[in-house]
Ligand binder design. Structure first.
Ligand code: FES
Length: 191
C-alpha cells in the first residue's frame, strides 16, 4: 500500500489522489482553499521524496528551492515525507501605516513590510488570464462587480473559452439597512 508521511505520521493513499486529497480524507490538519493551485494556501515542505515540477509551478523560486510545494497539485506517491510550512518562512511582519476609508465597505490599507514583498500588482482576474493565455477547453466562472465581469468575459472569450462555458454573475453591493421598512419589499436595481 502506498503511504505518505506528514508531520511524522503515515497516511495511506488511494489511487489518483493528490497529497491534499489524502490528508483531507484522513482529516489531517492541513490548510487549503481553492484546490486548484491558485491560493497557495496548501503549501507544505518536502523532507524526502520527489516533488513534480507541476506542484511548484506557482510558487516563488526561493520557496521551491527549499522543497515547498502545493499539496493540491502533487500526486500522492510512495516515499514522500512532508511537513507543514514554517510560518517564519512563509509570512512576513508588516506595520500598518494608515487606513483610508474609500467607500462605505472599502478601505485602503497602507503598510510597511519588514522585508521585500513578493507580489504581482493588479486585479486578480487580469493576473489569472496573464498566467493562462490559452484557455481552450476550460470553463470560466466569473463573479464580482459588473465592469470587471464584463471585461473578464471578453478576455475569457478571446482566450478560447466558448460562450456557453463562460458563467458570469455580476453583482453590486447595496446597503439595505436604511432601506428596509416593514411590509415593503426592497429590490435592487435591475431585478
Ligand atoms: S488549495 Fe489553493 S493552492 Fe492548494
Amino acid at each position: 500500500m502506498v503511504e505518505i508521511v506528514y508531520n511524522d505520521t503515515p497516511f495511506s493513499c488511494a489511487d489518483g489522489e493528490t497529497v491534499l486529497d489524502t490528508l483531507f480524507r484522513h482529516k489531517a490538519d492541513i490548510p487549503y482553499s481553492c484546490r486548484k493551485g491558485t491560493s497557495l494556501t496548501c503549501l507544505v515542505k518536502a523532507r524526502d521524496g520527489d516533488v513534480p515540477e507541476q506542484a511548484q509551478k506557482n510558487i516563488r523560486p526561493a520557496l521551491a528551492g527549499q522543497g515547498y510545494f502545493l499539496a493540491c497539485q502533487c500526486p500522492s506517491a510512495a516515499g514522500l515525507s512532508i511537513t507543514s510550512g514554517d510560518d517564519a518562512v512563509l509570512y512576513r511582519r508588516a506595520t500598518v501605516q494608515r487606513v483610508d476609508k474609500m467607500a462605505p465597505d472599502i478601505c485602503r490599507v497602507t503598510f510597511r513590510s519588514s522585508t521585500p514583498l513578493y507580489y504581482r500588482a493588479g486585479r486578480a482576474d487580469v493576473a489569472a488570464f496573464v498566467d493562462n493565455p490559452d484557455l481552450s477547453g476550460w470553463r470560466a466562472f466569473i463573479c464580482g462587480y459588473p465592469a470587471m465581469v464584463r471585461e473578464a468575459r471578453k478576455t475569457a472569450l478571446m482566450a478560447g473559452i466558448p460562450i456557453p462555458h463562460i458563467h458570469a454573475d455580476p453583482f453590486d453591493f447595496m446597503d439595505l439597512r436604511s432601506a428596509e421598512r416593514e411590509g415593503e419589499r426592497v429590490r435592487p436595481d435591475g431585478w
